[in-house]
Design a protein around this ligand. Structure first.
Ligand code: ME8
Length: 480
């Protein structure tokens, strides 16, 4: 067996404002994936981090009158605190202003230069600071003199003319098409793959990979009038965090999954693989592009007008309930809407009345009728129910359909409650001749609740660990 570590990453968030619900759902989702891999017995490494360079961050720092470094230090602290509060089990937190990162970026550029893929050219075109990307005419909307990118309607695109360093992206068009054909699971879900494949097929232009006169970035090696384009800088974080260019990175690399939002697939599935091909580094195994969460149909990033504070929503029913709700109502393979009413409904119906009720009944009856010790007993009926539920749960979780994984668990809780009703242990408890029947019921119930605690552990780690303690079951023994 290889000792390769299962390496999962999330997008590194722009340090231009505090974390919002979109950032949160992504980090909760990747954390659930990581915790599920751990349940399968894998050695997992989960990376999160912060994208701290670029014009967008520099402008945000300027707007509050502090240096970019002070600004990003403060934001990085806020993000890290938030992820700790949300129970995210990341192993590292990379910041693109760290020197370990700069070294890796310099090495990537030097390898791309050695491959003959970097040249000097002149760029003229519009730049969207929101996307941190140059835009083609067909990616912009015009209203008189105002030119904007539809993804960031509150910002004007900036006309830019400068001498830049370019990356020969066009050279990799065929290799990228071959990649998409040979590895259909490289980018998932399927709908995203087709979008990106179409972009590649339509033809790739070389891209500008340096910015002149932008001081807030990694200096271009050998040309200090330029800084490295923020996406070339940012994408490299996945390598720098695990020690690249030192060979030790190969214990982690290739990454098993890059989890990102659907708006940045082009960077991860066109630019990034092309950069890696050029630098002679193996490609990541898969990219998972989740959808967007909206609040009642509105965007939720600060620049587009926030309607709901993350901390207020988390406090409403606690961290575990928030983690649960985000992934229950927003499909991990598509878009979804966050609603406070739905949150309350799901909390009451599923967590309190269904799961909570089952767990309380099981624990209190074992306490009352068997002095807190789970009796021996077997139930072919419960064996069948559990086996079917686990199979359903595993199929969903293995396919990263986290919302369906939760669905399988909640369905099992309903079956458990139904089982209690039909078995009516309170009746058997009154009749000593029914002791065997009662043992069988309590044993089956305990196994059902213990299995639920395992299935839901990735989603609600804190609550499920107390549930296991309440049942007298030790640390999770995995999925069997
Ligand atoms: O894109 N719903 O940073 P970012 C779901 N720094 N996900 C959302 C979302 C929403 N409403 N809004 C944003 C960047 N996201 C770059 C990444 S990676 C080398 C560099 C997701 O702060 C978004 O899709 O704009 C992305 O995956 C992540 O949050 C960070 O977004």
């Amino acid at each position: 067996m290889s000792d390769k570590i299962t390496y999962l990453t999330a997008a590194i968030d722009y340090a231009n404002g505090p974390p919002h619900m979109g950032h949160a759902i992504e980090k909760i989702g990747v954390d659930v994936m990581a915790r599920y891999c751990r349940l399968r017995g894998e050695d997992v490494y989960l990376l999160l981090g912060m994208d701290e360079h670029g014009l967008k961050v520099m402008q945000s720092a300027e707007s509050v009158g502090i240096s970019p470094q002070e600004f990003v230090d403060d934001i990085a602290n806020t993000f890290q605190t938030t992820w700790t509060e949300l129970g995210i089990s990341n192993d590292d937190f990379i910041r693109t202003t760290q020197s370990r990162h700069r070294i890796a970026v310099e090495e990537m550029i030097s390898r791309m230069q050695a491959a003959g893929d970097i040249y000097r050219g002149k760029y003229s075109g519009y730049y969207c600071v929101g996307c941190e990307a140059f835009k083609r005419d067909d990616e912009l909307v015009r209203d008189g003199d105002i030119v904007r990118c539809p993804l960031h309607p509150s910002r004007d695109a900036q006309w830019t003319e400068e001498e830049n360093w370019f990356f020969r992206l066009s050279r990799y068009q065929q290799q990228l098409l071959d990649l998409f054909d040979a590895r259909p699971d490289f980018l998932q879900p399927d709908s995203r793959r087709n979008e990106v494949r179409n972009v590649i097929e339509a033809g790739l232009e070389d891209i500008s990979v340096s910015r002149a006169r932008l001081p807030w970035g990694i200096p271009w090696p050998g040309d200090t009038d330029h800084t490295v384009y923020v996406w070339i800088d940012a994408l490299t974080n996945y390598l720098s965090a695990v020690g690249f260019p030192d060979d030790s990175y190969l214990r982690y690399w290739p990454a098993d999954v890059h989890v990102i939002g659907k708006d940045i697939t082009r960077f991860h599935c066109v630019y990034w693989p092309a950069m890696l091909m050029s630098a002679g580094v193996e490609l990541p195994r898969t990219v998972w592009a989740h959808g967007f969460v909206a609040i009642d149909g509105m965007k939720i990033s600060k620049s587009e007008g926030v309607t709901l504070e993350l901390s207020d929503v988390v406090q409403r029913h606690g961290v575990d309930a928030f983690r649960y709700y985000m992934l229950r109502d927003v499909p991990w393979n598509g878009d979804g809407v966050f609603s406070l009413d739905r949150f309350d409904e799901r909390y009451n119906a599923e967590l309190a009345n269904n799961l909570g009720n089952l767990a309380n009944r099981a624990i209190s009856m074992i306490e009352r009728y068997r002095e807190g010790v789970v009796p021996a007993g077997s139930s072919a009926e419960m064996d069948g129910v559990l086996a079917a539920s686990i199979a359903k749960y595993r199929a969903a979780m293995d396919a990263n359909l986290l919302h369906q994984g939760i669905g399988a668990a909640i369905e099992l809780a309903s079956l458990g409650n139904g089982y209690v009703e039909t078995r009516a242990p309170w009746k058997a408890a009154k009749d000593p001749s029914q002791a065997g029947h009662l043992d069988e019921t309590l044993n089956a119930l305990a196994r059902c609740v213990a299995m639920l605690a395992v299935m839901l552990e990735p989603f609600m780690p804190m609550k499920m660990s107390s549930l296991r303690a309440g049942l007298g079951v030790g640390a999770s023994e995995g999925l069997g």
